[in-house]
Design a protein around this ligand. Structure first.
Ligand SMILES: NC(=O)c1ccc[n+]([C@@H]2O[C@H](COP(=O)([O-])OP(=O)(O)OC[C@H]3O[C@@H](n4cnc5c(N)ncnc54)[C@H](O)[C@@H]3O)[C@@H](O)[C@H]2O)c1
Length: 365
């Protein structure tokens, strides 16, 4: 399939997302054009990505200095790593007209994006995602940030990239567990906006990186995300809007935090959160128990957990949910499924109902 373009429509800040096998070469060409124009650029990647994809990192290295983060995984989204990025940009003479290229998964994208957003009050940013999760979700939409000891993504900025190059060939080296974690966000896109996509995932489970349908699935997810972001860039809609992309995330972030970062991959925690959100939705009569079962079945068919692997205390999960950024005016905001392919936000869910969903997902009193 030839590469395709989805445009994120944000007026003057609109940008293309190129999707398909081989588009990493377009990313190199875009970087070279900037360097040739005399603009100092720098790339940021992680040890895991540099180890798995050394050829591309070497090609980047011939064009610009490349910072490899000290750590891999969620702990790299730290103030300490952000400071290393700023120092690296300054030390390499990146100026206001420079650019930062992120080569990696959601962690590198969030960290490098935040560095680009804050360094010299904002320099240009290009994303070359290397995980499925980053291709279908985190590289698009401009949310960047780092974690604090007290919670995930608590410091950050909206900073849209100038372009995204999602090369599905880069997924060849991605470990199976990480690929499955990305499928959680793919399933989420089907659940909130596209029953046909959800059906395709049911019929073709488990999708692999080299499945003929994968580029089209990535494109559909990017289209959905781009549409939502264009309508509510900063998540300020009173109802629905960008918040719908958080389906399963209020539960999922609590699972990640209480289990300890690294116990569950982000996507695995989101998968458990999707199952919890589905059981909450069916308890509130917004979807049917049969639809909740379909959600569980599609998650497990893609190698994802549909409940906690071991019990976590319900009180601590609830406390983490209260601390989550999704709390509005002191009330927890949930995204509920309205069947398969549609969702809505709800600020009126009681804590008792949330507790029942947590218990159904394997939490313990
Ligand atoms: N900004 C957003 O809108 C947004 C949306 C969703 C998630 N996120 C964030 O994304 C992060 C999770 O991202 P992720 O799931 O991509 O994890 P990740 O970036 O930690 O990558 C997962 C692991 O895979 C390795 N890896 C990456 N690409 C590889 C490749 N092609 N081959 C071999 N190994 C490879 C990495 O080194 C890492 O160890 C979380 O911090 C989450 O909060 C952000």
């Amino acid at each position: 399939m030839p590469a395709e373009t989805v445009t994120v429509e944000l007026g003057r800040r609109s940008y293309p997302v190129r999707i398909g096998a081989g588009v990493r070469r377009e990313a190199l060409a875009a970087a070279k054009a900037r360097v040739d124009a005399g603009r100092r650029c720098a790339a940021i990647t992680s040890p895991g990505v540099a180890g798995a994809l050394p050829d591309f990192v070497a090609e980047l290295g011939r064009l610009m200095p490349v910072l490899v983060t000290a750590r891999d995984g969620e702990t790299a989204k730290s103030a300490e790593e952000a400071a290393r990025c700023w120092d690296f940009l300054a030390g390499n003479g990146v100026a206001r007209d420079g650019a930062v290229l992120a080569f990696g998964g959601g962690v590198v994208g969030d960290l490098a994006g935040f560095a680009a957003a804050s360094y010299q009050r904002g320099v240009e940013f290009i994303q070359v995602p290397t995980t499925l999760l980053a291709m279908v979700d985190s590289s698009v939409g401009g949310k960047t940030g780092i974690n604090l000891a007290s919670g995930k993504n608590l410091v950050g900025a909206f900073h849209q990239p100038a372009a995204v190059f999602a090369d599905t060939e880069l997924l060849r080296t991605l470990p199976g567990r990480e690929f499955a974690a990305g499928m959680a966000e793919v399933i989420k896109h089907g659940l909130i906006a596209d029953a046909d996509l959800f059906g395709l995932l049911e019929q073709n489970a488990p999708l692999a990186w080299n499945h003929a349908l994968l580029p089209a699935v990535v494109r559909r997810c990017v289209e959905i995300k781009a549409g939502v972001v264009a309508g509510d860039e900063r998540e300020t809609s009173a109802h629905g809007g960008r918040a719908l992309l958080n389906l399963g995330h209020t539960f999922g972030h609590a699972v990640e935090a209480v289990a300890g970062y690294g116990t569950y991959l982000h996507g695995e925690a989101v998968a458990i959160g999707l199952a919890m959100a589905a059981s909450l939705s069916s308890e509130l009569g917004r979807c049917t128990p049969a639809q909740t079962e379909r959600v569980r079945a599609v998650l497990t068919a893609h190698g994802l957990p549909d409940r906690l692997r071991g019990p976590l205390p319900v009180d601590r999960l609830l406390e983490a949910m209260r601390r989550d950024k999704k709390v509005r005016g002191g009330r927890m905001r949930f995204v509920l499924l309205e069947g398969v392919g549609a969702a809505s936000t709800d600020d009126g869910v009681t804590e008792e109902a949330a507790v029942r969903a947590l218990l159904a997902g394997g939490a313990a009193r």
